[in-house]
Design a protein around this ligand. Structure first.
Ligand SMILES: [Zn+2]
Length: 186
C-alpha cells in the first residue's frame, strides 16, 4: 500500500499494489481525528474488497460498475466492523450511504444503477454515489431479503464460478436465484 501526493482518486486497487491519496492512508494518532482513523480503515477495507470484487472477478463492461463499487462499498463496512465492532460501522452505513444517496436519488439527476455506456465520458459519470452508495444499499437490501447465510453462499458461488473471468449483473442474480426462493429475486 502506498500513499501518493496529489493522487487523483481516493484510492486504486491494482492487484498487489494499492495506491491512495495521502489523506486516505496516512494516520497519526497525535494529529488525526477518530473520523480520520475510521476513514482510513474503511478505504483500506474497500480497496482490499476489490481484490475479489473487481480483480478476481471483473465486470464484463462499465455498465455493471455497480458490481465492483457497490460490493466494495458494502463490504468495507463489514470488514471494519469485523475488526472494530465498537465503531458501530453497520449503523454508520445508514447515515453515510443509504440516507446520503437518497438526496440525489430523489432528484431528476438520478439514473439507473445499471446504465448504458458508449463513450469514455459516460464511464467517468458513472463513478458517482448512485453506483457506490445506492449500489451498496441494494446489495445490503438483497442480503436482508434472502438472509445472511444464503447471501454469503450465493456471493461465494458467484466469485468461484466466475474466477479469473468477467461477469455481469445477471451472473450475480442468477446465483441467488439458483438457491430456489419462493419469490423472484430479480
Ligand atoms: Zn472502489
Amino acid at each position: 500500500m502506498a500513499a501518493i501526493p496529489d493522487f487523483v482518486s481516493g484510492a486504486m486497487e491494482h492487484w498487489g499494489l494499492v495506491t491512495y491519496r495521502e489523506t486516505a492512508l496516512l494516520y497519526d494518532r497525535n494529529i488525526s481525528s477518530s473520523a480520520n482513523q475510521q476513514r482510513v480503515a474503511t478505504v483500506i477495507a474497500h480497496e482490499l474488497a476489490h481484490m475479489w470484487f473487481g480483480n478476481l472477478v471483473t465486470m464484463k463492461w462499465w455498465n455493471d460498475l455497480w458490481l465492483n463499487e457497490g460490493f466494495a462499498s458494502y463490504i468495507e463496512y463489514k470488514g471494519v466492523h469485523h475488526v472494530h465492532p465498537d465503531w458501530q460501522m453497520l449503523d454508520q452505513f445508514l447515515i453515510a450511504d443509504l440516507h446520503g444517496v437518497m438526496k440525489l436519488d430523489a432528484t431528476l439527476a438520478s439514473h439507473p444503477i445499471v446504465q448504458t455506456v458508449e463513450n469514455p465520458n459516460q464511464i467517468t459519470e458513472l463513478f458517482d454515489s448512485i453506483t457506490y452508495s445506492k449500489g451498496a444499499s441494494v446489495i445490503r437490501m438483497l442480503e436482508d431479503l434472502v438472509g445472511a447465510e444464503k447471501f454469503r453462499l450465493a456471493t461465494t458461488n458467484y466469485l468461484n464460478n466466475n474466477i479469473y473471468r468477467n461477469a455481469n449483473t445477471n451472473d450475480f442474480l442468477n446465483e441467488l436465484e439458483a438457491l430456489n426462493f419462493d419469490f423472484d429475486v430479480k
